[in-house]
Design a protein around this ligand. Structure first.
Ligand SMILES: O=C(O)[C@H]1O[C@H](OP(=O)(O)OP(=O)(O)OC[C@H]2O[C@@H](n3ccc(=O)[nH]c3=O)[C@H](O)[C@@H]2O)[C@H](O)[C@@H](O)[C@@H]1O
Length: 338
């Protein structure tokens, strides 16, 4: 099959593209290589993908509609998976504009192009952050999610809403998935696991926000990819509307569905820190800090819809996943920092 994936130099896009290429599919990867974090890591990811002859990289920004359109038209994709974004919860306080450009304007460009080409399935990456500080757990896709705490969450929610209208008007089968703190090898340097591991190896203190009183439904990257691959085959339509209406989010107006991808096993931040300490074999120098503006106190996915649609839910334990990250980091750190 032919896939068009945005964000292939990013953490999740890289893993998804590699898995699909390994399975023999054609992948066009569209990425702006933005300098939000170490571009070397992004280049290393693309270099690894370029070993597959069926990988075609296109370097341009999502906001560049002509470049995006030309790339999609040339790729003639069966499935378009939009993972490129300005990510990061806390950075959205510093640079809100980057989020509007990438997540709103860039995502709208994707939709405008998707309505002009025949694709089987449009898939969009959203985030658990849109649940804000919802008091009821686990977070269900049917919960209200309209009290975002950051412009990051607000832009992702906006993308979901725009996508619903495009799915309705132009009959584009669309799945928006909400990710829950994805981690693992090739992960993002702005995220906790990367920062903690790097600092601990360098003998530097790690900053623990919210005095450690937070929890996250951490999702291991391979589990996330498995879920995306399975969901790609479940094209939203009336034919596959679930009988269990309590979990179903398929719109009554459009071929549009929102799905959580999380295992429903939240871990406290201090247990997470201890897992990293165990993987590295020594304790961290802990610097306890107050809650950071925009952070949500906890995330906790209800995986029922994902299970109903795919028969699968993420289940890699934190011990295994953190160890895999540490092994990868030890392997690449000299190249990364060169
Ligand atoms: O899936 C999601 O909804 C979100 O998950 C992550 O956001 P976050 O949960 O903040 O992920 P991390 O940066 O890995 O932080 C995990 C936990 O560690 C804490 N943390 C992070 C960094 C740090 O230096 N210290 C620290 O205590 C955070 O406050 C949070 O409680 C991603 O950065 C977002 O792009 C994504 O949308």
């Amino acid at each position: 099959m032919r896939y068009f994936i945005t964000g292939t130099a990013g953490f999740i896009g890289f893993h998804l593209a590699r898995r699909l290429l390994q399975e023999g599919h054609d992948v066009t990867g569209f990425d702006g290589l933005t300098p939000y974090y170490n571009v070397k890591l992004k280049e290393m990811r693309h270099a690894a993908l370029s070993q597959f002859p069926a990988f075609k990289p296109v370097i341009a920004m999502l906001e560049d509609r002509p470049a995006l359109e030309a790339a999609v038209l040339a790729a003639k994709p069966d499935i378009l998976i939009h993972l490129a974004a300005q990510a990061g919860v806390r950075y959205s306080l510093e640079n809100p504009e980057a989020y509007l450009r990438s997540n709103v304007e860039g995502s709208w460009n994707i939709m405008e192009i998707a309505r002009r080409v025949e694709i089987r399935h449009l898939m969009l990456a959203s985030t658990s952050s849109i649940y804000g500080a919802n008091a009821t757990v686990p977070f269900r896709e049917t919960d209200r999610a309209d009290e975002p705490l950051t412009i990051y969450a607000a832009t992702k929610k906006s993308m979901e809403l725009m996508a619903h209208s495009y799915a309705h008007l132009h009959k584009i089968p669309t799945t928006a998935f909400r990710f829950f703190t994805v981690y693992g090898p090739w992960g993002r340097p702005d995220m906790a696991l990367f920062k903690f591991t790097k600092n601990m190896l360098e003998g530097q203190p790690i900053e623990i926000y919210g005095e450690g009183n937070m929890s996250r439904d951490f999702t291991y990257i391979d589990d996330l990819i498995e879920a995306i691959v399975r969901l790609s085959a479940v094209v939203p339509s009336e034919e596959n509307r679930l009988e269990n209406t309590a979990v179903e989010t398929l719109s009554h107006q459009a071929p549009f569905r929102v799905v959580n991808i999380g295992g429903g096993q939240p871990v406290s931040l201090m247990d997470f820190v201890e897992t990293v300490e165990k993987a590295l074999g020594h304790p961290a120098i802990r610097k306890m800090l107050a809650m950071q503006k925009g952070d949500v106190p906890r995330t906790f996915a209800a995986p029922d819809l994902l299970v109903a649609l795919t028969g699968y839910k993420p289940d890699t334990t934190l011990d295994v996943g953190v160890k895999a990250f540490v092994d990868w980091y030890l392997d690449v750190r000299s190249e990364l920092n060169a």
